[in-house]
Design a protein around this ligand. Sequence first.
Ligand SMILES: Nc1nc2c(c(=O)[nH]1)N[C@H]1C(S)=C(S)[C@@H](COP(=O)(O)OP(=O)(O)OC[C@H]3O[C@@H](n4cnc5c(=O)[nH]c(N)nc54)[C@H](O)[C@@H]3O)O[C@H]1N2
Ligand SMILES: Nc1nc2c(c(=O)[nH]1)N[C@H]1C(S)=C(S)[C@@H](COP(=O)(O)OP(=O)(O)OC[C@H]3O[C@@H](n4cnc5c(=O)[nH]c(N)nc54)[C@H](O)[C@@H]3O)O[C@H]1N2
Ligand SMILES: [Mo]
Length: 773
Amino acid sequence: MPSSSSAQASPDVTMRPHSAHWGVFSAGWRGNELVVRPHPGDPDPNPLIDNFGTALRHPARVTTPMVRRGWLEDGPGADPRRGRDAFVPMPWEEVLDRLAQELQRVQQQHGCEAIFGGSYGWSSAGRFHHAQSQVHRFLNTTLGGYVRSVNSYSAGASGPMLPHVMGTMEEVARRNVTWEQIVEHTDVVLAFGGMALKNSRVASGGISQHIERRSMRDAAARGCRFVSISPLKSDLPDEAAFDWWPAVPGTDTALMLALVHQLVSDGAHDRAFIDRYCDGWTAFEAYLMGHSDGVPKSCAWAAPICGLPQQQLIDLARSLVGKRVLVVVAHSLQRSEHGEQPVWMGAVLAAALGQIGLPGGGYNYALGTLAHYGKRNNAVPAAALPQGDNGVKAFIPVARISDMLLNPGQPFDYNGRRHVYPHIRLAYWAGGNPFHHHQDLKRLAEAFRTLDTFVVHEIAWTATARHADIVLPTTMTLEREDIGATPTDPLMVAMHRIAEPHGLARDDYDIFCDLARRLGGLQAFSEGRDTRQWLAHLYERTRTGLEALGMPAPDFETFWEHGELLLPQRDDDGGLLRAFRNDPEGARLATPSGKIQISSPTVASFGYADCPGHPAWLPPKHAPDADWPLWLVANQPHTKLHSQLDFGAHSQASKRQGREVCTLHPAAAVARGIRQGDIIRLFNEVGACLASANLCADMREDVVQLPTGAWYDPVIDAQGRPMCAHGNPNVLTRDIGTSSLAQGCAGQLCSVQIERFDEALPPIRAYEPPPAN
Ligand SMILES: Nc1nc2c(c(=O)[nH]1)N[C@H]1C(S)=C(S)[C@@H](COP(=O)(O)OP(=O)(O)OC[C@H]3O[C@@H](n4cnc5c(=O)[nH]c(N)nc54)[C@H](O)[C@@H]3O)O[C@H]1N2
Ligand SMILES: Nc1nc2c(c(=O)[nH]1)N[C@H]1C(S)=C(S)[C@@H](COP(=O)(O)OP(=O)(O)OC[C@H]3O[C@@H](n4cnc5c(=O)[nH]c(N)nc54)[C@H](O)[C@@H]3O)O[C@H]1N2
Ligand SMILES: [Mo]
């Protein structure tokens, strides 16, 4: 098996450019060894590139098309064997014939409304082979459409919420305060959920320079004070020299309310800003001060909710007055029950401080959670595969997948309207891993068992592939040519092929071409282009953009040979909110009042008890109790992107006894007879999993942390109970929407109990291909 090394490549190794969501790099072969080297311009390269070498030819790769035995023998239909069945290898021609027939059957008998093509997932960085775009384009151009999903697991609550308050997620997160401004101007960064470097290492489409560590160091050196409100100290790097506020998870809205209450009580809130730039303050203030419900949201009120001393909250509020304060709310806060509230309340806190729209001040939702944010935007468009027109109107909020499959024809609420779940017969997934991203995996498996047919394109035998009926092996990024690009990174990368396809794997594009031909839609899908021609065609948008700016615009061949192209960036510092501050009439916000909605008559008119007309403290229904006394933080992993290349060397090196590592406070461990390195069982009424215990004093005592990303490995324990032997926290998380407004994913937090696991350790089977015969 090839191994990898990111050490300096020797001159005899031919290095070729490539890109991943976790960084731009070059790669080449020294004999059988894959050599991977980060881009020389990257000041803080991402170790995730070390997952590549051992992954390329790993036994977990899918090598040949496979069809589930039960589907082959009994035909399409609901089947409890899904996920436990054997697979039968099948030649490409035959499997594509059968799949084309099945797509046609479903379309003719049930219509495109019976096909779910949401296919949520990050897939790979190349913009042409972006699997989700490929599957959408295929279903649109050859069948006429599919049931889609809206929003993301990243920003399920904030995506629909922010436009009610100030602007789109893209405007408020991506085109707002830059790291440059923070280094120069910011006095205080109030980071709810921290700004972990493990997270900003990643950007979909690629990232050429990891500048976050350096920016925090430089800002702190100038005197900027970083405050991290988070259950884990590790959510900010030492370079930020930060104050750590370990608030109880899920209580940020109460904390922010208390800060604003203190400002108002002191008469220190910025009335001039509120009058000029905001709408709906009065209704909110009545709630804040307790006039409307008899409960003043004071620091005394919030202290026991947040688990922080009252005086510290008062002091924090007072320390912000007159300062250039930047309020940051991490994606994680809204990935939980009532996740809309901290997103809205963060904007209200920033408004009360009057700093919105000033350089380095105000509100930048999600800054620091991904490398996309805090950057300038490119002045020319980047490659993106057009997806065609979808003839189907039906959709779901992305995290309602199990609800949809289990409740066809049933109503659901979303953003002020009532919709109906369609009856799905066939689901098509390429480039995502629902058995990574979704909650309550036992329920998800049941949901997929209702389908007639489940089709998955995968590079490896993920649990999603195991639950499919038809599994088509696709190339991984290193095995094909592409263009790496994202609107917030100036480097566009010619991603050269580094390795030959593994086994019989084919590009998603080539698979869809062959299916489209069988369905009579090849021309519409491919427009007669092969991959190289598509890359040249997509590159043209960028080239003409450069030309229009009067800049050097190399032709495709020159770009390809050179391997990269530095794009110009726009000088629109501060984005929408800066423009609004400078000219509130001329640059009105796209809200009903044209101003920041401190309260929203529109949201109030929806009548949702779980998302009222102004930000409010709504206690979670699923907080820790006597049975499940600990908060579980199920956050992003630091050794991989989601579940991708979990079998790679860097990810594997972090496992203990093959299990994912769960971090807990020594006090919680001692109380349960747990020592460093013990295998523990985490459990609640949803499910159970194993993990290896890692003791750490820099966290709350009532919190345990188990990152997402370990591949689901279901087993039955000695008592006959199901569990995941490997440590996938989504066997424990609840499959509930954030609220009726956004219906976002609430997977970040849940409540659990833990105990030492003394039974014989079940082996890890997650990376072994399923039985084939
Ligand atoms: N409990 C809990 N759950 C969470 C979260 C959380 O905080 N807590 N976070 C959520 C968030 S923010 C997100 S974004 C999601 C992420 O969820 P996903 O985006 O679904 O996770 P990935 O592991 O990136 O899945 C991508 C899949 O695409 C495959 N792939 C890669 N390249 C290709 C290709 O070229 N072709 C094909 N066909 N396949 C390819 C990979 O092998 C992988 O299986 O998880 C969510 N789930
Ligand atoms: N290495 C790596 N980086 C990634 C990803 C990855 O998989 N791997 N995924 C990327 C993606 S798709 C996304 S969307 C972003 C996600 O960005 P986030 O969702 O912000 O990332 P998380 O790591 O899930 O959470 C950040 C921290 O928030 C804290 N936290 C959890 N709940 C609460 C709470 O209620 N209150 C407060 N104050 N803090 C809380 C936790 O301690 C956690 O470590 O990360 C991106 N970056
Ligand atoms: Mo995400």
